[in-house]
Design a protein around this ligand. Structure first.
Ligand code: NDP
Ligand code: 2IT
Length: 448
């Protein structure tokens, strides 16, 4: 679909020509530029002063070799990336993804999204993302440690607590952050808050582990409340069973919902009695097992191979929390047919553009990832604050900050949508509100 604005449409064509074969990056840029049409119409200086052209071009891309040796003595060479996309409002901030599907286009899409998400938190953090095509699955702790040390041996030259602060994403959790932080500290001979998602004994923040999933439910709660609804008594389906999915499940349950299905990349489990969360946490966080094991020990639950059909399970609320483009048009139609009234994105860009259009056209409440999953990075910024102060807040204090951030963020996205002529469209509102703070700052700096 072309963008209904001559300059932005031409800019989109240039993005495609300059970044060939990166469909996820094109998808993310198109979605944002489309929302910004009313903004550049009202404020032509964003085009005239080059802000829009700069916005789609990363400030810096670092790409490097990551050699490491497995326990059998075989040498492997992976690729590492860090895309430092935009530092207009703060140091680059964003996670690291370790997954075999990672290539430059994935990191660019994620880094681009991160600019607006981070701005929406109201905290001073710029946008960045990194990762590697390394697959941690099936690797021993020793192999993961060797990989992380090799990765950081190159990356440490380019990051720092006031420059760029990475964190976790798919395949990067507490274990990996520990190895990465240890190597950074050793190479720099410095103890600073250069990474977030750290362990609680060495500078991590309480509630960071829970933050993305909890924040997703706080945001969704605001949206439901405005529509005269709540989580209470509703049936929820959550894709994924990683960090975001597990804590979305926990908070949804605390708010009175029944979560009946979760997935991993191989398949999904449907438990009509409600997911046994303590078991699922132990399976995924401690044992690093597969979701099929859940059905083996829960006779009332059924395992289905293939994760995409999870959206055929009837539910009121769907929370896609696994990966990009996991919920397509067919899935959206099925959800609508089955009476789903709310879709909130926990993962980054989990719904295809066609799915989003269909959901919004059917009047389904839709919470876009940039806003709905911003609780994770917001709490990372709170971890940075605590590290700077050399102080730590209680779980309750961090959770209270997180709640307030998500409520403010919801209001800002909603108000921006109204102000720019798309009332109720939180996706457009989030893009506009996220952009304005970054765009104004870029204008203030002049051409740099
Ligand atoms: P985890 O690695 O903890 O979990 C990822 C989950 O998604 C696993 O269940 C995994 O299954 C599944 N998954 C991964 N890739 C695919 C795929 N290609 N197809 C199907 N399922 C897949 O990651 P997170 O929970 O941290 O991240 C999940 C999503 O949330 C990502 O989109 C991430 O960018 C986003 N996000 C994460 C934040 C955070 O703070 N961690 C913050 C904001 C957004 P399997 O184990 O089989 O691979
Ligand atoms: O997508 C995301 O916002 C994250 N993976 C979290 C980033 C962070 O810096 O905490």
């Amino acid at each position: 679909m072309s963008i209904n604005h001559a300059y932005l449409s031409g800019l989109m064509d240039r993005v495609i020509a300059r970044n060939p074969a990166e469909p996820e990056f094109h998808q993310a840029v198109r979605e944002v530029l489309t929302s910004l049409v009313p903004v550049v119409e009202a404020r032509p200086e964003f085009i005239k002063e080059g802000v829009m052209d700069c916005l789609v071009e990363p400030e810096r891309i670092i790409k490097f070799r990551v050699p490491w040796e497995d326990e059998q003595g075989n040498v492997h060479v992976n690729r590492g990336f860090r895309v430092q996309f935009n530092s207009a409002i703060g140091p680059y901030k964003g996670g690291l993804r370790f997954h075999p599907t990672v290539y430059e286009g994935i990191i660019k899409f994620l880094g681009f999204e991160q600019i607006f998400k981070n701005s929406l938190t109201g905290l001073p953090i710029g946008g960045g993302k990194g990762g590697s095509d390394f697959n941690p699955k099936g690797r021993t702790d020793l192999e993961v440690m060797r990989f992380c040390q090799s990765f950081m041996t190159e990356l440490f030259k380019y990051i720092g607590p006031d420059t760029d602060v990475p964190a976790g994403d798919i395949g990067v959790g507490g274990r990996e952050i520990g190895y990465l932080f240890g190597q950074y500290k050793r190479l720099r001979n410095e103890f600073t808050g250069v990474l977030t998602g750290k362990g609680l004994t060495y500078g991590g923040s309480l509630a960071r582990t829970e933050a993305t999933g909890y924040g997703l439910c706080y945001f969704t709660g605001c949206m439901l409340q405005d529509a005269g609804r709540s989580f209470d008594g509703e049936t929820v389906v959550i894709s994924g069973s990683g960090n975001v999915a597990l804590y979305a499940c926990e908070k949804a349950m605390q708010l009175g919902a029944k979560v009946v299905a979760m997935s991993d990349s191989a398949g999904y489990v449907y438990d009509r009695d409600g997911i046994d969360l303590p078991y699922m946490k132990d399976l995924k966080e401690v044992r690093r097992g597969r979701i099929c094991e859940y059905a083996e020990s829960h006779p009332g639950a059924a395992y289905h191979a293939g994760c995409r059909d999870i959206w055929s399970i009837p539910c009121g609320i769907a929370l896609p929390c696994a990966t990009q483009n996991e919920l397509d048009l067919d899935a959206a139609k099925t959800l609508i047919r089955n009476g789903c009234f709310c879709v909130s994105e926990g993962a980054n860009m989990p719904c295809t553009p066609e799915a989003v259009d269909a959901l919004q056209a059917a009047g389904v409440l839709f919470a876009p990832a940039k806003a709905a999953n911003a609780g994770g990075v917001a709490t990372s910024a709170l971890e940075m604050s605590q590290n700077s102060m050399r102080f730590s807040w209680t779980f309750q204090e961090v959770d209270d900050h997180l709640k307030k951030i998500m409520v403010d963020l919801y209001r800002n996205a909603k108000n921006a949508a109204e102000q720019y002529g798309t009332p109720g469209d939180l996706a457009a509102g989030a893009n506009i509100a996220g952009f304005l703070k970054v765009g104004e700052s870029m204008l203030a700096y002049g051409i740099i």
